[in-house]
Design a protein around this ligand. Structure first.
Ligand SMILES: *Cc1c(COP(=O)(O)O)cnc(C)c1O
Length: 391
């Protein structure tokens, strides 16, 4: 079986270092609010070129604590609107509704699967207080146009960077592009912990302080509670593991790029839509700060800021393609089969029609992707996809 994900294989180049780091925490007898968390927060701030990192318990918590902090600081109020792509993972939406804010679901760009900058301005009202961009599948979603709109209308720009650790917009890392960013270190993410973990990155020290307080029961000083907070901490074991894994992130992202490049260059099937990579390098002159790369003409790595958390293709009969690949020994996953607005959890949106989003959810299939894959396996996947009967 060509596996979709294999964390043992992902960890194999540094498994001893990981065991050693975790073992040291076990032996230290100190498990929360310690040196490992401090050191990881500093390292992650440096990696992303931001002033503050606040470790929390998950990616969902990172996002909901950012929004809650804006509410506590009086910068957002109940019912304010947050513009967000409709095809995101449900966590982005949950972080908004959990704060009694209103998600404004936008159809994405069907080529990048990211927020469509051309649709943003039309959805800004006098209740809009933020735009949440989601760097879906590992591709930067920020554009100059979105940055300008947020300035023009005085909106907070929040990044859901849960799938894009290490990705770039020009020479800046995602997570440093807006007012605040949420990261997830769910084990399968590009930078994954040995369990749940997450982080908030921001240059705004007041916001960071508020998030840190909220994540610790709303308390700055022991037994004194400023806010009705949460218990959402990054613990020492996770921080120790993340500190080891952060050192290998760029290298492992590069392996993902090589696999993606091999897929892009060799998969050639009339019914299959490959992902579109946007050139967001300094020299790209598209009006939105990003232009699609013609990967038949350009070496993808030359312009690639993408970190390929997932390699997502589309096929009109996705389920049959998936079955075929499974029969041939290739494990695939669907990210995601049901969009948030069609979930029972949001039954109030039952009548919403978002045809681009719905079509994406019907057609997407994620091929095996990750540092665990060998080049040979990637070649086999491409060949099997190419052999799939045409419609
Ligand atoms: C994984 C993910 C999250 C949530 O992260 P958790 O750590 O699972 O809470 C949020 N947004 C996106 C886009 C994700 O992929």
């Amino acid at each position: 079986m060509i596996e979709f994900l294999n964390l043992n294989a992902t960890h194999s180049p540094y498994a001893d270092e990981l065991r050693e780091a975790v073992g040291q925490v076990v032996d230290s007898g100190w498990y929360l609010f310690g040196e490992e968390v401090d050191a990881f927060e500093r390292a992650f701030s440096k990696y992303n070129s931001v002033d503050n990192t606040v470790g929390v318990a998950s990616g969902l918590d990172a996002l909901r604590i950012i929004l809650r902090a804006y509410r506590e600081l009086g910068l957002m109020t109940e019912g304010d609107e947050v513009i967000v792509p409709a095809n995101t993972y449900i966590a982005s939406i949950l972080s908004i509704t959990d704060n009694d804010l209103t998600p404004v679901l936008l159809e994405p760009d069907p080529r990048s699967y990211n927020i469509d900058p051309a649709r943003v301005e039309d959805h800004i009202t006098d209740r809009t207080s933020a735009v949440m961009i989601v760097h879906l599948y590992g591709q930067n979603a920020y554009t100059r146009e979105i940055g300008h709109l947020c300035e023009k209308y005085d909106l907070k720009l929040i990044e859901d960077a849960a799938q894009a650790h290490g990705a770039y917009y020009q020479d800046r890392r995602v997570g440093s592009l807006g007012d605040a960013a949420g990261f997830s270190f769910y084990p399968g993410k590009n930078l994954g912990a040995l369990g749940d973990a997450g982080a908030i990155c921001t240059d705004n020290s007041e916001l960071a302080e508020c998030c840190r307080t909220l994540a610790n029961y709303g308390s700055q000083e022991k037994y004194t509670n400023k806010y009705q907070g949460y218990n959402s901490r990054l613990d020492e074991i996770q921080a120790a593991a993340l500190r080891v894994k952060l050192k290998y992130l760029d290298q492992q992202n590069q392996t993902r790029r090589e696999i993606a490049q091999q897929y892009l260059e060799t998969i050639d099937h009339p019914d299959i839509t490959l992902p579109t990579v946007y050139d967001v390098s300094e020299s790209a002159s598209g009006s939105n700060g990003g232009v699609p790369v013609d990967h038949s003409a350009t070496p993808v790595t030359a312009v690639d800021s993408h970190v390929w958390h997932l390699f997502v293709v589309r096929h009109p009969d996705r389920d049959a393609l998936r079955q075929y690949l499974e029969d041939e020994g290739v494990d695939t996953i669907i990210h995601y089969p049901i969009p948030p607005h069609e979930q029972e959890a949001y039954s109030e949106w039952e009548d919403r029609s978002l045809p681009i989003t719905e079509r994406i959810h019907e057609e997407v299939l994620s091929l095996p992707m990750g540092p665990h894959l060998s080049e040979e396996e990637a070649v086999t996947v491409s060949e099997l996809v190419n052999q799939y009967p045409h419609s």
